[in-house]
Ligand binder design. Structure first.
Ligand SMILES: Cc1cc2nc3c(=O)[nH]c(=O)nc-3n(C[C@H](O)[C@H](O)[C@H](O)COP(=O)(O)O)c2cc1C
Ligand code: SF4
Length: 465
């Protein structure tokens, strides 16, 4: 039963939640899932802008703050944060200290491995590159761009190269040598050690969406060695990663993961492929058996059904059907649209005798929705990504029963677009910067006694949405 708003003082949402084996307690059950901010330096260091947004989240009082996807390979990856070397520890340590000074939130970085991806090339550049690499005969350069595009099947042998032309080159797990795979657990483990050195209470392993680990877990994993095919083979690398992280960081360090309750890849024939909830339930039981401290359930977000990017841009895995299920924003998507996946996984865990906490997310925005999920036993913790981006103070406002003062996410594409274009992520509902119509100013921290300015709260115009 969904509680009356007046009962919020007795809500489950604001009850503390013990988590992990190190005596940690989340001050409440509101969970900020990872959201890339594109605010680091070009070489992955913390900036004042990174500090600004995470301090803002910390002030808002979410029980758990998952720091955005943070790279574990020491390779150039633009303004994404990184834990791929000791040089990144001091900046992250200072960030964690600042957050601790203002908030009791637990903070863990989401650590990620991803494979190479290139932008889609103009036709002539693609042709010249392919000739240089010996992938196309030199004679192809005598053909005009238009002829090449029209006769693709004739000039480009093999679906892989055609795909590279149409979508841009993308490395897949089937391309990885065993030597490369063997390095991955060590990268995760070293990143976890650095996270611990930086003062974070734990890490979230990124086993979701379009990235390396989710591809290993997927039924679409096409490897023919003992890292692909059967269920135990698909679980092999994730379990190796968990073992390596535990050995490096110990049992008291919080180690959980984010993975997919369903992959929802829509093929050109309209059929849905990839892991289903049943696959995810089996995976969840093995992850719990391996000793993970929490499972955060996401959905979709795959490259396999992403839209063709414009020339000069790389594929973005949130543009196709699976991307839509990952970041739901359709008017017809009900609130809590993905909660049944968390509920199904939680049920399978409990049936197998595991008490591992499960985090649900996906278009959850009001107190009643969040509290209702907990009361119905669909999840142990409530993830709200865009709702907390729109209004980091939701936890404070709900606790003070000042819901009317909340800036409610309208599920527009603005923050996603900024992410896709690798621009600093903000929310269209934040106050506008008078000097630049695209920029938004981080909203000031809310206080119960602060005067209420409705213009600051709802500053979107139809043009923005
Ligand atoms: C701008 C943006 C960046 C995101 N970055 C990440 C990320 O780094 N890691 C991740 O697991 N999910 C990421 N997501 C997905 C969210 O964590 C979340 O699962 C999704 O937005 C659905 O939840 P919501 O409806 O509460 O926003 C991102 C979403 C957005 C909008
Ligand atoms: S930009 Fe739009 S979708 Fe993103 S948090 Fe703000 S209102 Fe929600």
């Amino acid at each position: 039963m969904i509680p009356q708003r007046a009962q919020s003082a007795r809500s489950l949402l604001f009850q503390p939640f013990p988590i992990g084996q190190g005596g940690l307690v989340l001050p409440n059950r509101i969970w900020l899932p990872a959201m890339v901010t594109w605010r680091g330096t070009e070489d992955g260091f913390v900036t004042p802008s990174v500090r600004e947004i995470y301090l803002r989240y910390a002030l808002g009082g979410a029980g758990m703050i998952v720091l955005e996807a943070t790279g574990i390979r020491d390779v150039a990856s633009g303004p994404l944060l990184r834990l791929s070397h000791e040089r990144f520890v001091p900046g992250l340590k200072a960030l964690r200290q600042e957050m601790r000074a203002v908030s009791a939130s637990i903070v863990v970085p989401q650590i990620i491995d991803f494979l190479k991806i290139a932008t889609r090339k103009p036709t002539r550049v693609f042709m010249e590159d392919a000739v240089r690499r010996g992938a196309l005969a030199e004679s192809v350069l005598d053909v005009s761009d238009a002829e090449f595009e029209a006769g693709l099947e004739r000039y480009v042998q093999g679906p892989r190269l055609r795909h590279d032309f149409l979508y841009g080159y993308r490395q897949t797990i089937e391309d990885l040598s065993r030597e490369e795979i063997r390095q991955i657990p060590g990268w995760f483990a070293s990143a976890a050690r650095r996270a611990k050195q930086a003062g974070f209470e734990g890490v979230e392993l990124h086993f979701a969406h379009a990235y390396t680990m989710a591809s290993f877990l997927s039924v679409t994993n096409g490897r023919t060695d003992d890292y692909g095919g059967s269920f135990p083979n698909r679980m092999r690398l994730p379990l190796e990663v968990i073992r390596a992280v535990r050995e490096e960081a110990g049992t008291e360090f919080l180690v959980g993961c984010r993975y997919l309750g369903s992959e929802d890849i829509r093929g050109e024939d309209g059929q849905i492929r990839g892991n289903t909830l049943a696959d995810a339930q089996a995976i969840g039981v093995e992850l719990a058996r391996a000793g993970l401290d929490f499972l955060s359930i996401s959905r979709g977000g795959k490259f396999e059904d992403a839209k063709q990017p414009p020339i000069g841009e790389a594929m973005y895995p949130y543009t196709g059907h699976s991307g839509h299920t990952c970041i739901p924003r359709g008017k017809n998507d009900p609130f809590g649209v993905n909660a049944h996946l968390a509920a199904g996984i939680r049920q399978a865990l409990r049936a197998a005798g595991f008490a591992t906490p499960v985090v649900a997310s996906g278009k959850i925005v009001t107190f009643d929705q969040a509290e209702g999920l907990l009361r119905a036993g669909q999840a142990d913790l409530v993830g709200m990504a865009r709702a907390l981006l729109a209004d980091p103070d939701l936890p404070l406002k709900w606790q003070a029963q000042a819901d009317a003062k909340a800036r409610a996410c309208v599920f527009c594409p603005f923050c996603e677009q900024e992410d896709q274009r690798h621009r600093v992520v903000t929310c269209t509902l934040w106050p506008k910067d008078p000097a630049d119509h695209r920029r938004r100013l981080t909203p000031a921290a809310w206080r119960p006694d602060a005067p209420w300015d409705p213009h600051e709260a709802f500053d979107a115009t139809a043009d923005d949405l």
